[in-house]
Design a protein around this ligand. Structure first.
Ligand code: 0RA
Length: 665
């Protein structure tokens, strides 16, 4: 190594040593792929900064055969000249000193370094090797590192008439566990989002580990307008073009705050607003989100009142207005504050008023110019308000009759002895005969059985007459047995961000904390009818007890499909493959063995012992846990599902139910 690496270098290398000591502190969790992939985001963020500074249109990300990743941009190139303070190449400083973005110009909105990440030097620290190649000043410059340590000074390796930087690194697997390979889907998703948020920036991804996928290019000239179309693509939108609102305002310090907002209403039931500050996702929203919501409520009500659309119904609630809304709000702020290190929630309070003012003005203008769109949105909100009102009345009426509370436990319920919800579970069983076997076979200390007779009501079809939902016997039975109320309380309303009076009292809404059983296990036959009943129950849960699903209380039992026997020896099979494997094993060495295969058509065909052993015994059984991450997608799924389409019903279970074996709780 050259003698120019003096004390300054040693000092900065100590910074990298800190990253190597506790990589998780700098890059996130090292055992689930978070930190591994963060390495790519850090390098890409630097390239995005060059785009934001107006110097870069293209980023190429290659996942190489050997598992390394190369990120090439066409920005200005990291400066290679001697750093005035450190006495070594600026490029070396950027790669070896923590938090030294090394940028000198005013770059208020940059994503990397100070605002977001820890900088590309942290990536260098956890890389077995890293090769930096820079096109700048007519030459190609290069420097290599091992474990963050420069192997030689920045040197010229040829001529170039281009500009830009390439960072090629091999993550050092001593720092990562469990997930140690780059996941193409994760990279593709994230970089597509980056591209949506930076309209016009092209990001090209190649996975060279496989021939299956060619290079994929993401370039969205429409920016976040295309993003909301993508996010809401499964639902049918109720107006033709995305509503785009762009504006900026100075805050009280004279700093410029920019807002870029895209809105699209569809016929779905949920609301999805994705929020960003300086290209960083804020999962829990914050002041930009509140500003947008508040202004939507105000602007749409004043527009509706002006035009006389609201004469009969009065003012609309924010919740009604936002039903079916997909939105992206992306703000740029030179000095934002967040509630946490993870930047999940923007707390800069002035942003709320700034966003409100921009939306008031721009959305008002939009409706003046596009009255049909304004009307369509208001009509949709009126429908939603009527449905909500009808549901509320039906709920109140049922509650007054004492069906939902008090009322005692339903007669059909075979309850368990324990009163500790954490250890209790309830099997919702199709049919009386299966219910009988389950009652006999269960562990009566912790397992309750609720047999349902026949098909429960399809709640998806009762939007116009929600009273029917509460009159349905099977549904009433479930509500009473679970003991946790019914109806999805709107979470946002409780925050009261818009200063609206929260019209709904907490009473009686579904609250998973009140559940008498921590596991609600749906146990139906392994046939088409069973699948249908299961979907009906899940639909009811999703529309009326959503938090049971999001809280992870809902499970699906997995009864076996076959019993394979030879003589007195018998085995259960939960799939065709398993059945065939059992047949092969039982036949082995005894070619003449007589094998019988029994196909279980229904739970009722199993005796209590068999049902316990195969499906209910916590030590042996397999359960699927239902987890739904994307509410909009789930909404659409239920709409599709409740048609007569069996394949998509199967797709639902495959998508939302994950296997959990030997739950130890
Ligand atoms: C320091 C200063 C300038 C650009 C960069 C660093 C820079 C860093 C990375 C990392 C990946 N790609 C990058 N591209 C640029 C400003 C350069 C100037 O003023 O000419």
């Amino acid at each position: 190594m050259s003698g120019s690496y003096d004390e300054g270098t040693i000092q900065v290398l100590e910074g990298l040593e800190a990253v190597r000591q506790v990589p998780g502190m700098y890059l996130g969790e090292t055992d689930n792929g978070e930190a591994l992939h963060r390495c790519i985001w850090e390098v890409v963020d630097n390239a995005v900064d060059e785009h934001l500074a107006g110097h870069n249109d293209t980023i190429e990300v290659d996942i190489c055969k050997d598992g390394s990743v190369s990120v090439r941009d066409f920005g200005r190139g990291i400066p290679v000249g001697i750093h005035p303070d450190k006495g070594i190449s600026t490029a070396t400083v950027v790669m070896t000193s923590l938090h030294a973005g090394g940028k000198f110009d005013n770059e208020a909105y940059k994503v990397s370094g100070g605002l977001h990440g820890v900088g590309v030097s942290a990536v260098n620290a956890v890389s077995e090797w890293l090769i930096m190649t820079i096109h700048r000043d007519g030459e190609i410059w290069q420097q290599e590192f091992r474990a963050g340590i420069p192997q030689y000074d920045v040197k010229s390796i040829g001529e170039s008439d281009g500009l830009g930087t390439s960072i090629h690194f091999m993550p050092d697997l001593q720092f990562f566990s469990n997930v140690t390979e780059f996941d193409y889907e994760v990279i593709n998703e994230r970089l597509r989002e980056t591209s949506f948020l930076n309209g016009g920036l092209e990001i090209i991804i190649s996975d060279k580990r496989t021939d299956d996928v060619g290079p994929v290019s993401h370039k969205y000239d429409g920016g976040i307008a295309e993003f909301v179309q993508h996010l809401g693509e499964r639902a049918t939108s109720i107006h033709s073009d995305v509503i785009r609102l762009i504006g900026s305002k100075e805050d009280s310090d004279g700093k410029l705050v920019e807002a870029d907002i895209a809105l699209l209403w569809s016929d779905a039931y949920s609301e999805k607003i994705q929020c960003y500050t300086n290209i960083i996702r804020n999962r829990d929203g914050g002041t930009h989100m509140s500003g947008l919501r508040g202004s939507l409520t105000r602007t749409l009500n004043s527009y509706g009142n002006e035009r006389g659309f609201l004469k009969k119904v009065g003012n609309l609630s924010g919740e009604d207005i936002r039903e079916g809304l997909t939105a992206v709000i992306s703000i740029k702020h030179p000095d934002p504050s967040f509630s946490s290190q993870a930047k999940d929630k923007l707390v800069t309070s002035e942003v709320q008023g700034i966003v409100e003012a921009i939306v008031n003005e721009k959305l008002g203008e939009f409706f003046e110019e596009n009255p049909t769109t304004g009307r369509a949105i208001i009509e949709k909100a009126i429908l939603s308000s009527k449905a909500r009102e009808a549901a509320r009345k039906a709920r109140d009426l049922t509650r007054r009759k004492g069906v939902l509370e008090g009322g005692g436990l339903p007669g059909k319920l075979a309850d368990c002895q324990s009163r500790d919800p954490a250890e209790c579970e309830i099997f919702i069983v199709e049919g009386d005969s299966a219910g009988g076997s389950a009652k006999t076979g269960r562990d009566r200390r912790t397992q309750a059985i609720l047999p349902l007779r026949g098909k429960i009501l399809n709640v998806e079809r009762q939007q116009k007459n929600p009273a029917k939902v509460f009159q349905n016997n099977e549904i009433q039975t479930m509500i009473r047995a679970f003991g946790a109320g019914v109806g999805n309380k709107n979470h946002d309303e409780s925050e009261n961000e818009e200063g609206e009076e929260s019209s709904e009292q907490d009473e009686g809404f579904f609250n998973p904390e009140k559940l008498r059983y921590s596991r609600l296990i749906i146990m139906t036959d392994a046939d088409v009818d069973g699948a249908h009943i299961r979907t009906l129950i899940l639909t009811f849960f999703w529309r009326y007890m959503k938090d049971a699903v999001t809280n992870g209380n809902v499970y699906i039992a997995q009864p076996p499909l076959y019993q394979v026997s030879r003589g007195r020896e018998s085995r259960y099979a939960y799939s065709d493959e398993e059945r065939d494997a059992h047949i092969t094993e039982l036949t082995e060495g005894k070619p003449n063995a007589k094998i019988t295969v029994q196909r279980y058509k229904g739970l009722g065909e199993m005796n209590p012992d068999q049902l316990w052993a195969t499906t209910m015994d916590p030590e042996e059984r397999t359960l699927l846990i239902v987890s739904i991450e994307d509410a909009i997608e789930a909404d659409n799924m239920f709409e599709i599902l409740m048609g007569e389409d069996v394949p998509s019903r199967r797709a639902f279970i495959e998508k939302y139910a994950k296997e959990v074996t030997n739950l130890d709780i």
